[in-house]
Design a protein around this ligand. Structure first.
Ligand code: ATP
Length: 591
């Protein structure tokens, strides 16, 4: 439960909505129990008036008694109606304050979680899957909102109503009150017990629902592969199996619930019988009136709600605590990359000294004691087999991770001292895996900019050699691209991704194998354009194809995270080593 204490800051923030909310709960309950007293008066009046009516039997006045009696009853009816109306009004205010506050807090909490996710480092996103992160920001927040709104509202309601009703009962007749209340503790114990079973079964449903939705999500994401391999029937069978399981656990819950409500009604009915029986004896003894029995029956019935909501509220509290614990786990996670202070414009000199990095999850040493230097305005190329550590190096340059040892220096300043936001804003990075948002092409190109300047987007598209393709579409730059840009070809997507980096006009550009899906002619065009744009700027090319990098000022050949050869294209060819072999192989392939 201490996990929920995290939310206290929000209670404080919205205190001027919550405090009136609590007052409204009290007032609405007060108007809720008053009708019982009015009905008692009405009952007693009925009895007295019947006696009086009989007394005047045969007299003229009997009609008058009848009329007075009729209008008094009407009056009592009217009072009950007004009280119900007042109760309704305050219930409305209660919901308007407490439930509304819970929605405000839900909104704040979702924003807090979302903003926190954005600040976390790559390592966090590597460790946690998207489904789990989304669940915590949606389903768990929902559970917490149930605590903030309904649970708190009904908890206060239950306590206030129980105190008021029990007080009113003992005020009338302690003996009758004790007898009438006897089944209530039994009721509460049964409810708590049944509720535990309901909770366990609800959790099972929740888990199964999660399995089912993950399955459906994955199936639809991979629908093309499923259709290509004609695995629809197999997927349908798996879905039917999981769905049946969901059905079974849901029915298990319905069965318990089916016993639950009749049981409560039975115990309340039992309590009513005791009230009538003991009340009848007391009326006979003259200690209470017949009206008191009617009043008590109403009280007992009013206690049904607190008895039921007690268990429900307890389970809401428990679920919210479990959810808040999961939310807190993420909110308390701090980025493992402490931010630096320096936010100066970069010149473009990069030095890497004895850099090593091992992925903690797999223990794979991706970068092993790497050192090199690129002067401002020069082009460095990195080539190597798959898995040789090229992408890891790019991520280290962007400070997505911190190295285990060694450092990257920008203009002689260690990367740790630079403000990551400023660093990344000055680097144009084209990742190996293109990701385009479900938006227009223009907005995708201008993604890194605060505003979309069409001329700049068009120029970037020209430089990335994708302009002709874009204007060929019916809506040109305003063409919407679906999830992950499915309307574009692989090569077009890569070029849009390049344009996204170029529009920033950065001092440093890093291309991570982003020309792999582009034909050699287009590649040459892009490289020519880059030569012009990046004339005085620093460029790092990561590539598999020698054609991409042969004009670079310096080439590093990586293997197993280490530099095995380095030099210019000509120098490396002259060495006759791995680079030369690769060159020969690629020449043969292109022939
Ligand atoms: N997130 C990760 N967690 C654990 N290990 C990883 C992770 N990413 C990469 N690796 C491992 O680190 C090594 C280097 O991977 P990296 O992606 O840097 O290679 P690469 O040279 O870019 O390969 P490619 O040319 O195929 O893109 C590989 O052995 C890979 O399995």
């Amino acid at each position: 439960m201490k996990e929920l204490a995290y939310l206290n800051k929000y209670f404080y923030k919205y205190r001027w909505k919550l405090i009136p909310g609590v007052l409204f709960v009290i007032i609405s309950n007060y108007f809720g129990i008053l009708p019982a007293k009015v009905i008692r008066e009405a009952f007693d009046l009925v009895k007295e008036n019947i006696d009086l009516y009989r007394l005047y039997d045969g007299f003229d006045r009997q009609d008058l008694v009848y009329q007075v009696f009729g209008s008094s009853l009407l009056f009592f009816g009217f009072v009950v109606l007004v009280l119900a109306l007042l109760r309704g009004i305050f219930l409305f205010f209660m919901r308007q304050t407490i439930i509304l506050t819970s929605r405000h807090i839900e909104y704040d909490l979702k924003n807090e979680i979302y903003n926190h996710y954005q600040q976390l480092d790559f390592a966090f996103f590597r460790k946690n899957n998207t489904g789990d992160m989304m669940n915590r920001a949606t389903e768990d927040v929902n559970q917490v909102r149930n605590y903030l709104g309904p649970a708190i509202m009904y908890a206060i309601n239950t306590v206030v109503l129980s105190i008021m009703v029990i007080y009113a009962m003992y005020d009338v007749n302690p003996k009758l009150a004790t007898y009438s209340l006897l089944p209530i503790p039994i009721l509460s114990v049964i409810i708590l017990f049944v509720n535990k079973i309901i909770n366990q079964r609800s959790e099972k449903i929740q888990r199964q629902l999660s399995v089912l939705s993950s399955f459906v999500q994955e199936t639809f994401s991979g629908i093309r592969v499923i259709k290509t391999y004609t695995r629809e029937q197999q997927k349908m069978d798996v879905f039917a199996k999981e769905s049946n399981l969901y059905n079974k656990v849901s029915l298990d819950l319905v069965r318990v619930q089916a016993i639950f409500f009749p049981l409560i009604i039975f115990l309340i009915g039992f309590s009513t019988i005791i009230t009538v029986y003991v009340g009848g004896i007391e009326v006979n003894n003259g200690t209470i009136t017949a009206g008191n029995i009617a009043e008590f029956i109403l009280y007992v019935n009013q206690l049904t709600f607190p008895a039921m909501s007690l268990a429900w509220v307890t389970s809401l509290f428990q679920r919210a605590a479990a959810s808040q614990k999961r939310i807190n786990e993420f909110l308390k996670t701090r980025s493992e990359i402490p931010d630096g202070q320096i936010a100066e414009p970069l010149q473009g000199n990069i030095t890497v000294k004895n850099l090593s990095f091992t992925y903690p999850e797999t223990g794979i040493k991706a970068i092993d004691n790497l050192s090199f230097h690129i002067a401002k305005g020069k082009t460095l190329a990195i080539i190597g087999k798959t898995g040789s550590g090229k992408s890891t190096l790019a991520n280290l340059l962007l400070r997505m991770y911190d190295a285990d040892s060694g450092t990257v220096y920008y203009d002689d300043k260690p990367v740790q001292q630079l403000q990551t936001e400023s660093l990344r804003a000055q680097i144009g990075f084209v990742p190996q895996q293109v990701f385009l948002f479900s938006d227009t092409i223009a907005n995708n190109i201008a993604f890194g900019m605060d505003t979309l300047v069409m001329d700049k987007a068009e120029q970037a598209a020209k430089d990335a050699a994708v302009y002709e393709n874009i204007v060929g579409f019916e809506n040109g730059f305003l063409t919407a691209i679906g999830e992950r840009g499915i309307t574009l070809s692989g090569g077009q997507k890569q070029r849009v991704s390049i344009a996204r980096a170029l529009i920033k006009d950065p001092e440093i550009l890093i291309f991570d194998d982003c020309l792999s899906a582009v034909d050699t002619k287009t590649e040459e065009e892009i490289l020519r354009n880059l030569g012009r744009i990046m004339k005085d700027k620093t460029t790092i090319f990561i590539a598999h194809r020698i054609s991409t990098i042969k004009n670079a000022d310096h080439i590093l050949v990586l293997d197993d995270g280490k530099i095995i050869e380095e030099g210019t294209h000509e120098e490396l060819l002259a060495k006759g080593g791995d680079y030369f072999e690769l060159h020969e192989k690629q020449l043969l392939e292109s022939d």
